[in-house]
Design a protein around this ligand. Sequence first.
Ligand SMILES: NC(=O)c1ccc[n+]([C@@H]2O[C@H](COP(=O)([O-])OP(=O)(O)OC[C@H]3O[C@@H](n4cnc5c(N)ncnc54)[C@H](O)[C@@H]3O)[C@@H](O)[C@H]2O)c1
Length: 255
Amino acid sequence: MSIIVTGAAMGIGEAVALKSAAEGKKLVLIDRAEEELKTLKEKIISEGGDVEIIIGSVVDPDVAERAVEVALSRFGRIDGLSHNAGIQRYGSALTTTDELWDEVININLKSAFILSRAVLPELIKTKGAIVMMASVQGLATQNDVAAYTTSKHGLIGLTKSIAIDFAKYNVRANAVAPGSVDTPMLRNAVALSDAPEKVMNTINAMHPLGRSAKASEVAELVCFLLSGRASFITGEVVKVDGGLLTQIAGSPTDD
Ligand SMILES: NC(=O)c1ccc[n+]([C@@H]2O[C@H](COP(=O)([O-])OP(=O)(O)OC[C@H]3O[C@@H](n4cnc5c(N)ncnc54)[C@H](O)[C@@H]3O)[C@@H](O)[C@H]2O)c1
């Protein structure tokens, strides 16, 4: 089994790559963080895995085509796409610039269309699966994340569209919606505050389970959805959020 994993150099994508390699999947990893991706490649190879890397941006159609070519020439087939590359930026509909809007929509959403278009012909042959990394912010929203939340809502729409268009070929597409996950993205966001520790504690407390997720907990779900164990699940958005969106904020008995 061979899969393409984007955003693989760190965070959730790295966890998906490591778990997939441990499961014996052959991997083509995409990221623009060259040094980190090369380090991960060495680690996977040292542990007996089979991996190729593509350095570049997921917005670039040539990168997607190259990933498909490399997967086919090295492994002969493509069984799945795990799309995790993404960025978090801040601003409301009034404060978001055109540049920032385009950056977020291109990297978080248009990339998913570009990658899907490149891999779908191969997934049709293998009855493969796509897992898109959305967010709880694809289902609800917060202040000052207009572009990000729009990109993640759009990603869920694209996932459902692919699920329906390609169900006749037994290709499945699902989205994963994490709450806060302890990754470089979250750490960088928290570091923007004057009181990072306090913000981290608040973020953890927002989740009924009282903490943020580990990237490996999200990778578990991704690998399940990519696998044949999820053979009747398609067009779904699965939360992995420690109960975050299940709870109605505030309570009449709160102090
Ligand atoms: N961390 C969280 O709390 C959280 C919560 C919900 C959803 N998510 C989503 O999960 C995904 C992964 O997030 P993470 O926390 O692991 O982030 P991260 O910043 O820790 O890692 C993201 C990876 O994507 C890569 N990347 C970014 N833009 C790219 C581009 N244009 N081309 C190629 N690679 C690119 C980065 O280099 C990095 O290796 C993102 O889509 C994010 O929106 C994260």
